[in-house]
Structure formats: C-alpha cells, structure tokens
Design a protein around this ligand. Structure first.
Ligand code: SF4
Length: 344
C-alpha cells in the first residue's frame, strides 16, 4: 500500500475507491507489520468511514474531524512533498505548533550540539529512506533539492513557512549561493512569513554582511542550555526584522540570559524516544524573563515519550504568544489549526 495516497483524496475525505486501488495485499501486510504509518492510515480510513455516515448538515464538522485525524499523515505528506498537494484539504498542515507549513529545499544535517542527540529530522529521514522515498535516498546526509527551490511561490495562501525542518540551512556544507537562492524565493514570495532557525549561529554571523534579510523572514537560533546562549549574541548582530529563540529541547536551567533585541521565545521539552526530562522551574524561569522583558512567550510542549499525554499547559495556561509584524497577513489557516489561547 502506498499510504501517502490517502491524504490526496479531494474534499478532505478519504476515498474508499482510492484506497482500494492502491492496495496490494502482500504489501498491505508488510506495512501493517513493519510500518507505524500503516497504523495511521488504518485509523484515518476507519475515521473517514465512520464520518461518511454522518448527515449532510454535519459536512463542515466532518471535514474538521477528518482533518484532525489526518494531522500525523499530513506532516508526513509535508516532509515527503513539502505541502505541494494542491487541492488537498490537509496539504498545508504541520504538526509543529509555532508554524503552519514546512519547506525543505535541503535535507540532512550533522550533529552540532547536545540538543541534536535525539534529532527528529534524522529519525524521520532514515525512516523515509527505508520506505523508499526518493527525496530521502541519501538518508540524513546533507542533500540539496534545487527542484524545490521555488515551491513556496506556488502556495497562494499566506502562510507561516518554517524553512528547513529537516536540516540546518547554515550547515557548513550548504554553499552560500544556494542560501542566496533560498533567500531569493523568500523575497519573491512576499505574502508568506518565513521562519529560519539554525544552530550554526557562527556561520549566520559570518554571512551577515552578505545577506540582506527581507522583512518577511524571521531569523532564529536554537539554545538548549546555558552553555549555548552565545548563539543569542550572534543572533543579536543579525539585521533581521524579527529575531527569535527556539529553546527546545530545553536541557537545563538558563538563568543568565539577555533578551535585548529578541522578539520571540519558544520553549519546549524534548519528545520522542529517549526524551530527556525538562523541569518546570526552568520553563517558569524563562517565562518570567520574557514577561519582565516584554518578549512574547510560546510554550510548545512538555514533551516526553508521549507528548500528547503531557500537553502544553504551564501552570494551567497555554502560552501561544507570538510576534506581530505589520506585513503579516492574518493567517486564517494557521488560526484554524491552532486557535490562540494567549495569556491575557
Ligand atoms: S542541527 Fe537540527 S537538523 Fe541538524 S542534527 Fe541538530 S537537531 Fe538535527
């Protein structure tokens, strides 16, 4: 079975015919034994079958429910095809709480610091290679994909686009002229807001005189512990309209942090196999610093092996604050996926 055809069904539904046409019994058995993706497809198929029986006046609700059941599948779809499923109701979704769609003109990376230990991108890239996905035939080895360089230009709806969820675009092996091409697309796709995040802050700093960051690009660095706060100093020297920090996975207390010149802080615990624990007081400490410095604070998750069970409430509240810039179009799709529950 090619499970990815499931989410190409039009109108948010899952076509029984479509599924059947793709099924091959031997392959189906293989997938159900070896691939957790097959379990997702099975759940989606079951949900869609139940929902199809609902009355016509429940159509909108049905779409939304099917959408919710497809979230994991959509994320895989995005990883595989970068959200190009035109006409697919689910095409623009991302599981990442602080963005709406991912774009990967590069895949693969190498470990840069302790935060990389349980890298999600590595795990996913190896899984996709094992599934025979062409884009990931090199696994987690850094690979350029020039054929996807102009992809965001085809997305007409203004979106928050996370650039490089499966890589680090400031990796040493990414040529500067390729970074320039990515920038050029971001510049031309001015109706989107792009989010660039790196752990290679030294290279970001080194290239700062060569890069003119467009206003629709937010630039951020990852800081996982006190030892890596030097990346914030590098970021501060970058002339970007919005500078943000992703403090994820938070691996220890960060007591000494200067948020001058920083426009947004995202904090999260590690999730997935081997997740390292996060302490509540570390998160509270950062939230309090944001409040004292008037910096929007976004708490992504507690994480753990089952992040759904631990949720994302901090002292009973969901923190979904984010920067607002004048060139930002209201992102209806993002809001639909993640209603804002910011702290008042
Ligand atoms: S920098 Fe990011 S993509 Fe690269 S290994 Fe580390 S966590 Fe993974």
């Amino acid at each position: 079975m090619n499970a990815f055809y499931v989410c190409r069904a039009p109108n948010g539904g899952t076509s029984r015919t479509l599924l059947r046409s793709r099924l091959n019994l031997a392959d189906l058995c293989f997938r159900f034994v070896l691939s957790p993706l097959a379990l997702v497809a099975k759940q989606v198929y079951t949900n869609a079958t139940k929902l199809r029986r609902r009355s016509p006046d429940q159509t909108d609700r049905r779409k939304l429910l099917v959408h919710e059941s497809m979230r994991a599948q959509c994320e895989l779809c995005l990883v595989l095809r970068d959200g190009v499923a035109q006409g697919c109701f689910f095409a623009m979704g991302s599981k990442i709480e602080w963005t709406s769609v991912t774009w990967n003109p590069i895949t693969g990376c190498s470990k840069a610091s302790p935060g990389c230990k349980n890298c999600y991108a590595e795990r996913m890239a190896l899984r996709l290679r094992a599934m025979g996905q062409a884009k990931y035939r090199n696994g987690f080895q850094l690979t350029l994909h020039p054929d996807t360089l102009e992809l965001p230009l085809s997305w007409k709806k203004p979106s928050l686009v996370f650039v490089g969820s499966m890589t680090d675009i400031f990796h040493d092996d990414v040529p500067f002229d390729y970074i320039e091409k990515i920038l050029n697309t971001m510049r031309r796709a001015s109706w989107h807001t792009f989010q660039v995040l790196t752990k290679r802050s030294a290279r970001l700093l080194e290239l700062r005189t060569l890069i003119s960051w467009p206003d629709n690009v937010w630039v951020g660095v990852t800081v996982e512990d006190q030892q890596h706060t030097f990346r914030i100093d590098h970021l501060r020297r970058v002339d970007a309209r919005v500078r943000f920090l992703s403090v994820e996975p938070l691996l220890g207390p960060i007591d000494d942090v200067d948020l001058t010149g920083i426009d947004w802080l995202i904090v999260g615990g590690e999730s997935g196999p081997g997740a390292r624990p996060v302490a509540e007081e570390w998160v509270i400490g950062l939230r309090d610093k944001c409040e004292a410095s008037n910096v929007p604070f976004f708490f992504k998750q507690w994480g753990g092996v089952n992040k759904g069970a631990t949720g994302r409430k901090l002292q009973g509240k969901i923190y979904d604050q984010r920067p607002v810039t004048s060139n930002q179009s209201p992102n209806r799709q993002f809001r639909m996926y993640r209603p804002l529950h910011g702290v008042e």
